[in-house]
Design a protein around this ligand. Structure first.
Ligand code: PGA
Length: 242
């Protein structure tokens, strides 16, 4: 079965560089797996134009908790949808570290699901939480605060979850694939208990072309969220065909 590979370009490229990278992506031959590309807001529209006609889907790295209106500085999910976005990353640990609350993660999930877009909900423990053996409790808490109060109709829509240990992101210290399998199967069990019926769970954190197959070969791992390694199209080409 095809897995889902999401490229998160973060805030690392200027619009010209995003355009160049999108052009390189668009010339790759059709991948073995499904691919989603998440540029920053300034590049979403031009990347949409480049990827039109390719099999890759467009994603955004965040969205507003608000609907369109008088909210200076916000980018709404409704506008993202209009320019072709299908997936929205919500609650990435870099945003949580910058102050994003569990309440706002929940509100963004509602916005995205109501519009028929697919949320990519990020959860993960910090190095300290892991050291103090709190990984399981943290993952469960983040998952419950995001999903448990969703109206049933929204909970039954497609929801992608990315398990990204915070200490593994951008650090070159990836999680042992066997532990990934254990955590992701637990996450799936919890999502099912909450009432989610159409979820996929990805791994993220220092994924590259060397380790991608170790994760994708795990039974419960439905795909990967890739940061740094998605900025080199040759490396990313290997990952999407992993
Ligand atoms: P990384 O980032 O692949 O550079 O570790 C992953 C992410 O933050 O989504």
């Amino acid at each position: 079965m095809k897995k889902l590979i999401i490229a998160n370009w973060k805030a690392k490229l200027d619009p010209r560089e995003s355009l160049d990278l999108a052009k390189k992506y668009s010339k790759m031959s059709d991948a073995k797996n499904n691919v989603v590309v998440c540029p920053d807001f300034t590049a979403v529209q031009q990347v949409a134009t480049i990827l039109k006609g390719s099999k890759m889907s467009l994603g955004a790295q965040n969205c507003s908790v608000f609907s369109p209106g008088a909210y200076t500085g916000e980018v709404t999910a409704a506008v993202l949808k209009k320019i072709g976005v299908k997936y929205v990353i919500i609650g990435h640990s870099e945003r949580r570290a910058a102050g994003e609350s569990e309440r706002s993660v929940f509100e963004k999930l509602i916005k995205v699901l109501e519009l028929g877009l697919v949320p990519v909900l990020c959860i993960g423990e910090t190095a300290n939480e892991r050291k103090n053996k709190k990984t399981t409790a943290i993952l469960k808490k983040q998952l419950e605060s995001a999903l448990a109060k969703l109206p049933k109709k929204l909970l039954e829509q497609r929801i992608v979850i990315a398990y990204e240990p915070v200490w593994a992101i951008g650090s070159g210290r990836e999680l042992d694939p066997e532990e990934t399998e254990i955590q992701i199967s637990l996450i799936k069990k919890w999502v099912f208990e909450i009432g989610g019926v159409n979820s996929q769970v990805l791994y993220g954190g220092s994924v590259d072309s060397q380790n991608c197959s170790l994760y994708l070969n795990q039974k419960s791992v439905d795909g990967l969220l890739v940061g740094g390694a998605s900025l080199d199209y040759r490396v990313f080409d290997k990952i999407i065909n992993c």
